[in-house]
Ligand binder design. Structure first.
Ligand code: SAM
Length: 317
């Protein structure tokens, strides 16, 4: 099956931007535009609610929104279902004193999602290293009406975790550059990989994995961070389970100490979990999420969540 054919099977996912209006208002608006709520999505003008992500709606794949006024004004955001998982799993607090980081933010789908979950309260630092993509991020943040976001055009690895500004950061989202191998209309390359290209492909994945590991270890250095979500749109264990495994045995994870959040804390209703053969204890795979392109009506995706373990005060220095 080609990437295009698989893409045609993925519904059009639309996230209701609750920074601007409520789900109920959005549904009323859609009905006024001639849509009907119908789980079968048979009719071209139908939609339904997603069963895993609150405020996410599904439309038939061919539905377009480019001329829709709610889309144009940032009230509706086009975002694949799997790409909504990281912010839901991070579950940032919605409090005046909340301090959260989105380490790799552009174009801003997850930044705006985090901001909506925080109900625009507290502070959300959004870093993006690439200048052009940073421009897109600032546009998206402003279009979505996210007033608690401070976008910064810098490399997260150069951000000092001990800077007083970040003393109260408790939640970090890490969605760094990856091979993008899970994106359905980019999947065709997998069918075509020739043997001689395999070596350079492995080398590329290993380089990405070292960078991804560095990013997680850096996030673990923030003194009060208690929850870190690491996600990719890759289907390769090299960038997913293996990076997580390496992160868990890093000096930073031991010092934290950080462990993976349990399954109950990471979208327990989502059935597809990690690859058991990649962990010393196969059960560990239950703590992480995978989405399989073509099988889950989403792009290929991976989500994991590190949590700081509380250390009994008698053991604290
Ligand atoms: N989270 C984004 C969203 O949902 O819209 C997508 C993020 S994309 C997968 C990864 C982004 O991280 C790219 O825009 C890339 O330029 C940026 N990036 C890569 N390394 C970075 C670093 N060290 N610091 C900050 N941004 C970085």
């Amino acid at each position: 099956q080609t990437g295009d054919a698989r893409a045609a099977q993925i519904p059009r996912y639309v996230r209701v931007n609750t920074a601007k209006w409520s789900l109920e208002d959005a549904i009323q608006y859609l009905v006024s535009q001639g849509f009907t709520m119908d789980d079968s999505l048979v009719s071209i003008k139908s939609f339904s609610r997603d069963e895993h992500v609150p405020n996410l709606l599904l439309f038939p794949a061919q539905t377009t929104f480019h001329d829709d006024s709610a889309y144009k004004s940032g009230k509706l955001i086009l975002q694949d279902k799997a790409s909504c998982f990281p912010a839901v799993v991070l579950a940032p607090p919605a409090r005046k004193d909340a301090v959260v980081i989105d380490a790799t933010a552009a174009p801003g789908n997850k930044t705006t999602h985090l901001s909506a979950l925080m109900q625009n309260k507290g502070k959300l630092y959004a870093f993006e290293r690439d200048r052009k993509r940073f421009g897109t991020l600032t546009m998206m943040v402003s279009k979505a009406g996210c007033t608690n976001v401070e976008p910064t055009n810098s490399d997260f690895l150069t951000v000092d975790p001990l800077d007083a500004k970040f003393a109260n950061v408790t939640h970090i989202l890490l969605d760094p550059s990856c091979s993008g191998s899970g994106i359905v209309n980019r999947l065709d390359h997998l069918l075509e990989t020739e043997e001689e290209n395999q070596e350079s492909e492995d080398e590329r994945l290993n380089k990405l994995a070292s960078f991804q590991l560095m990013m997680i270890r850096h996030a673990m250095k923030f003194p009060k961070v208690s929850r870190i979500v690491y996600s990719t749109c890759s289907i390769h264990a090299t960038e997913n389970e293996r990076v997580v495994r390496a992160a868990l045995s890093s000096d930073e994870a031991i010092a934290g100490p950080f462990q993976l959040a349990t399954k109950e804390d990471v979208l327990p209703s989502w059935p597809r979990r990690g690859m058991p053969e990649e962990f010393a204890e196969p059960e560990t795979a239950m703590s992480v999420i995978r989405c399989s392109p073509g099988e889950d009506a989403t792009n290929g995706f991976f989500v994991s969540c590190f949590v700081r373990q509380s250390v009994p005060s008698a053991l604290k220095r």
